[in-house]
Design a binder for this molecule. Structure first.
Ligand SMILES: Cc1cc2nc3c(=O)[nH]c(=O)nc-3n(C[C@H](O)[C@H](O)[C@H](O)COP(=O)(O)OP(=O)(O)OC[C@H]3O[C@@H](n4cnc5c(N)ncnc54)[C@H](O)[C@@H]3O)c2cc1C
Length: 539
């Protein structure tokens, strides 16, 4: 089918989360024309829901070196130490840049930025805004700035369907469906994927509906290498009730909240010396084992160390959500269980976000530069979203060569099949349920192998390699492709490391290596030469 080219920009950014917006603003400042594509409202994305804040080593007893060591320790040996060193070293300048946009971080009585403690950090170093509503306030300020910037045009309700390449296979544009359901192509000199994670492939996730891994899959389909897809982080404390999963920020535990099972037994210290502040992978598994042991669906977060007035002031969103959902938080404790939270793997890139294809860049949660290793340290994601765009923009501008393409249309083969809405809905909910059993916290060869067969059968019925113009169908195809690639990688990694826990291979690897997935190529290992594997001290 023929798709006309409707416009041309210097740069197209796919995604309007914190990473995409900072990229767009920094590019616009340097006189580049930028189009930001976003499939729902401009504010929608994981960024909006971030609670705890951003890790920055600001206190007197802290340093970039200490922050780096905590990052490496949490990352279990898979961290790219050079990338991590650069990101942490630029955290203060990244924060200053955010402040210059007009973001006011919560301060303590001495008018210094207030820092809280979160899991696996050796000191308090998490800056926050609006108590526990950091993402909401930061997103709002960035959106206001981007809307007032003449070099930026924001296309809301616009779904990026596929990346478009020229004859030399470099990326030159994007095929989209806009808010009026028109389909056309946009050209750009460079494309930045900032499309966030993929928590929606699971039944229980902290991620909003837009997180279906589209940008990761469209990059793969265009020839980009993906990395460490099996590394998926589960957040230990997500409010368990019949409503949408709601994350209870780690700062609640950082400031003294304790976990007990439904028999009233405090258990965290039995699994790790840091107890409630153990790395997320360890604590999520500890909760999983307690749920099995007590045959229950949740444990309880005991917050009786706080006065109600202080809790309400410090964690207003958690407090209000619990009240709205009739949780008697000071009487019973908050019922919590783990849920899929953060996509550690993604599009393989270097510190600047450059992928392995010309003119393709990635930033934020969809990017895999090795910063988070095999387990992300709390509040290091927003740190990456705040700092990495600056590296990306510098390199993109350094390499910038105007694209001479004068293409006026593209011919694209489409999936001729029509899919019924109710079938799509059923396949999607089965997929999420099955992914939760097979690709969740605890994995085994037999379950993964069965799951791969199931995903293979979906491949036959859905043809995910063929593009569909129906966004709902294309989202499902993206989720099926990504689930398949994750399953393949989880099977291949026959050891346990960080968030990847194989009950049949509890051993650590001899050497930490990244696992790379490329289209039409066997999965392959890439040496990570800097570190030796470490276990997160599970008792
Ligand atoms: C509940 C919650 C709490 C969190 N708390 C913290 C915290 O306190 N500290 C921390 O460091 N991290 C936290 N995280 C993680 C962090 O918020 C995210 O990793 C980060 O915000 C991701 O930002 P991003 O810019 O990469 O993507 P997102 O903010 O997820 O944005 C992705 C964007 O891509 C768009 N998009 C996706 N697909 C398409 C498509 N096909 N076409 C067009 N647009 C598309 C979406 O609409 C969206 O605009 C939290 C995450 C969640 C879910």
């Amino acid at each position: 089918m023929r798709f006309n080219v409707a416009a041309k920009y210097d740069v197209i950014v796919i995604g309007s989360g914190i990473s995409g917006l900072i990229c767009a603003l920094e590019l616009a400042k340097r006189n580049k024309t930028v189009c930001v594509l976003t499939k729902e409202a401009v504010t929608e994305g994981s960024s909006l829901y971030a609670q705890g804040g951003i890790a920055v080593p600001l206190s007197e007893g802290d340093s970039a070196e200490k922050h780096l060591l905590d990052t490496i320790k949490a990352g279990s040996g898979l961290t790219d130490i050079n990338v991590a060193r650069e990101i942490v070293a630029h955290s203060v300048s990244g924060l200053e840049s955010l402040i210059s946009y007009g973001i006011k971080f919560d301060s303590s009585l001495q008018d210094k930025i207030h820092l809280t403690k979160e899991a696996a950090h050796s000191v308090s170093r998490v800056c926050h805004v609006g108590g526990d509503a950091s993402g909401k306030y930061i997103t709002k300020v960035l959106v206001d700035r981007a809307c007032r910037e003449p070099n930026i045009s924001i296309s809301q309700g616009t779904f990026a369907l596929a990346l478009l390449t020229d004859k030399k296979e470099s990326i030159i544009g994007v095929l989209i469906e806009d808010v009026t359901r028109e389909h056309y192509a946009l050209l750009a000199n460079d494309i930045v994927i900032a499309s966030g994670g993929a928590g929606q492939i699971f039944e229980n996730t902290t991620n909003p509906k837009v997180c279906t891994g589209d940008g990761i899959v469209m990059s793969y389909q265009a020839g980009a290498a993906l990395q460490d897809l099996e590394m998926i982080q589960f957040h230990p404390t997500v409010l368990f009730d019949n409503g949408d999963p709601f994350l209870i920020t780690e700062a609640v535990r950082g400031e003294g909240g304790r976990l007990k099972n439904i028999k009233g037994e405090y258990f965290a210290n039995q699994y790790h010396e840091l107890g409630e502040l153990a790395p997320r992978d360890v604590l999520s598994r500890a909760i999983f084992f307690e749920l099995e042991k007590t045959n229950s669906k949740h444990v309880l977060l005991d917050i009786t160390n706080f006065s109600e007035d202080y809790f309400k002031f410090r964690f207003p969103s958690v407090y209000q959500t619990c009240l709205d959902r009739r949780v008697e938080l000071f009487k019973t404790g908050i019922p919590v269980s783990p849920a899929a939270h953060y996509f550690i793997g993604g599009i393989k890139c270097d510190l600047s976000g450059a992928a392995n294809i010309e003119h393709l860049w990635c930033v934020g949660e969809c990017a895999s530069n090795g910063f988070h290793g095999a387990n992300r340290l709390a509040s290091n994601s927003l740190l990456e979203c705040m700092v990495a765009p600056h590296f990306l923009v510098s390199k993109l501008l350094e390499d910038f060569k105007p694209n001479p393409n004068n293409i006026t249309y593209f011919e694209i083969d489409l999936d001729p099949k029509e899919y019924n809405d109710s079938i799509i809905f059923r396949i999607a909910s089965d997929l999420k349920k099955n992914n939760s059993s097979a690709l969740g916290l605890i994995r085994t060869k037999s379950v993964l192998s069965q799951h791969l067969n199931y995903l293979n059968s979906l491949f036959e019925s859905l043809s995910p390699d063929k593009l569909s113009l129906n966004c709902q169908v294309q989202e499902l195809k993206n989720m099926v492709t990504l689930s398949f690639l994750i399953c393949q990688a989880a099977l291949k990694r026959e050891h346990s490391l960080g968030v990847h826990y194989r009950q049949d291979f509890l051993n650590l690897p001899d050497e930490c290596k990244h696992l790379v997935s490329c289209k039409n190529t066997e999965l392959y290992w890439l040496s990570q030469t800097f570190l030796t594997p470490v276990t997160a001290n599970t008792k």
